[in-house]
Design a protein around this ligand. Structure first.
Ligand SMILES: Nc1nc2c(ncn2[C@@H]2O[C@H](COP(=O)(O)OP(=O)(O)O)[C@@H](O)[C@H]2O)c(=O)[nH]1
Ligand SMILES: [Mg+2]
Length: 459
């Protein structure tokens, strides 16, 4: 499925740097590239040895002026990133020189590549499945080592392999059913029915395991949301600064200093964590403060974890907050008894005895390890962190897999109630399509044609 036009792009970030890389891919890549590049020792890119860096000059053909000198590397189809003929040019990393080379390539007949088009071609030419193409982006955008590891595993094909295995299992089940559809007067005999149910149950379990990684996927890709809340002056902004390692928020003993939410991302031992400092919650008639408090409540509604800061030095006021009233999705709730350096009030000492609060001090940094551990536990379980595999699905995979699971559940229910095998087969077909979408199996119809060709649904 090779593409007809030849595309070009500047593949490195535009700015001053030691080198920049331009890429050309498509049927004319070598011939167009050869018109830009005058290889030393008479190297001709249309015939040059692939995967070898050739040194030469980049020349504007029309004016015969040299634009720069650098390297050209040819990758011959299908052994290239895109699966097509591909040439990579490395030039000096100046903004102007890079642009000039790029414009020259366009003048010579290349089309400007769309965002992601090289990877799209790699997918269309069967170099990678859709999950791997997505992983390329995840890898580029990864902010922490865990996110990077997850992206690498997906790029290696771990998720694609599992989706492929699930497809094969579903195809097997469909084939098993086929016999009964060929002989419509026969009911599925109980033994076969049980065997099919068991295989279907196994597929559903594996779908559920994948679906359970959706939260982890979102956290690794977008960062978990940790909302710092509590009454005014308890040390919320101080906590943000301690966790960030620099003075980001204004700390003051004047209540109501933080009026808007402040967001900063930190790397919590591999987990990207979006820290959100909020305006203190208390009764106030100040309009701006009330708006700030509304933002606090909005932030709480989408929190993965809530860090409630309490002034541990004084007895606790009746709380304005409670885990159930603020959110409908029950984030992990961590209570920090701050200002422990001033001495904890006896009431809070009791709370710590019941494990209901971590003694903490922003001024002396005590309790930091306990807080870090609690946050890590809240976001990724011990097991997840230690897991050899870190498959973590994204929102698109989640929607496909959820549809697949629903269809499997319907198929299982149909089997239980001994509905005609055609209906079970229909549900399986839907499940198969949904799993196929995960890897971008565009030829689902073909495979289905093979299996379902002998079916006459609706007779
Ligand atoms: N002694 C002591 N004072 C603290 C601690 N944390 C914050 N403070 C002080 O408490 C006041 C309010 O702090 P701030 O972070 O602005 O509180 P916020 O209103 O909850 O954001 C400031 O004067 C801080 O210096 C702590 O752990 N120990
Ligand atoms: Mg504050």
């Amino acid at each position: 499925m090779l593409q007809e036009d030849t595309i070009a792009a500047i593949s490195t970030a535009l700015g001053e740097g030691a080198i920049a890389v331009l890429r050309v891919s498509g049927p004319e890549a070598r011939s167009i590239g050869n018109r830009l590049f005058r290889g030393g020792a008479g190297v001709d890119l249309t015939k040059a040895t692939p995967r070898l860096a050739h040194y030469g000059a980049f020349v504007d053909e029309q004016t015969n002026t040299e634009l720069d000198r650098g390297l050209a590397t040819v990758f011959a189809a299908p052994a290239s990133y895109t699966g097509e003929d591909l040439v990579e040019f490395s030039c000096h990393g100046g903004v102007l020189v890079t642009r000039k080379l790029y414009e020259t390539l366009l003048q010579l007949g290349c089309r400007a590549a769309e965002p992601g088009e090289f990877t799209q071609r790699a997918f269309l030419n069967g170099k990678m499945d859709l999950t791997q193409a997505e992983a390329v982006m995840d890898l580029i955008q990864a902010q922490t080592s865990l996110a990077l590891r997850a992206a690498n595993e997906q790029l290696r094909g771990d998720l694609g392999t599992e989706a492929q295995a699930l497809r094969e299992a579903l195809i097997g089940i469909a084939a098993h059913l086929e016999a009964y559809i060929d002989f419509p007067e026969e009911d599925i005999d109980p033994d076969s029915g049980a065997a099919i149910s068991k295989r279907l149950g196994d597929v559903m379990k594996r779908l559920q395991t994948l679906l359970a990684s959706a939260d982890r996927g979102r956290i690794l890709r977008e960062g978990a949301r940790a909302v710092i809340c509590g009454e005014p002056n308890v040390g919320k902004s101080s906590l943000l600064n301690v966790l960030l390692g620099f003075e980001r928020a204004i700390v003051s003993d004047t209540a109501g200093t933080t009026r808007d939410t402040i967001e900063e991302v930190i790397n919590l031992q591999g987990i990207p964590l979006r820290l959100i400092d909020t305006a203190g919650l208390h009764d106030s008639s100040d309009d701006i403060e009330c708006l700030g408090m509304q933002r606090t409540r909005d932030a709480l509604a989408t929190a993965d974890v809530v860090i409630e800061v309490i002034d541990g030095h004084v007895p606790q006021h009746p709380s304005q907050l409670s885990p159930s009233s603020e959110t409908d999705h029950a984030p992990t709730w961590i209570r920090l008894l701050n200002k422990a350096d001033l001495g904890l009030h006896p009431e809070h000492v009791q709370a710590t005895a019941k494990d209901n609060g971590i003694p903490f001090s922003c001024t002396e940094h005590t309790g930091l390890e306990e807080l870090t551990e609690a946050l890590r536990d809240a976001l990724l379980s011990q097991e997840e962190r230690a897991q050899a595999q870190l498959v973590a699905i994204n929102a698109r995979h989640q929607s496909c897999l959820q549809r697949a699971l629903t269809s499997c559940q319907q198929a299982a229910a149909a089997l239980d109630t001994q509905t005609a095998p055609e209906f079970v087969a229909l549900d399986l077909r839907e499940a198969l399509e949904a799993v196929g979408e995960v890897v971008g199996k565009v030829d689902v119809e073909e495979i289905l044609g093979e299996i379902f060709g002998s079916f006459c649904i609706g007779k």
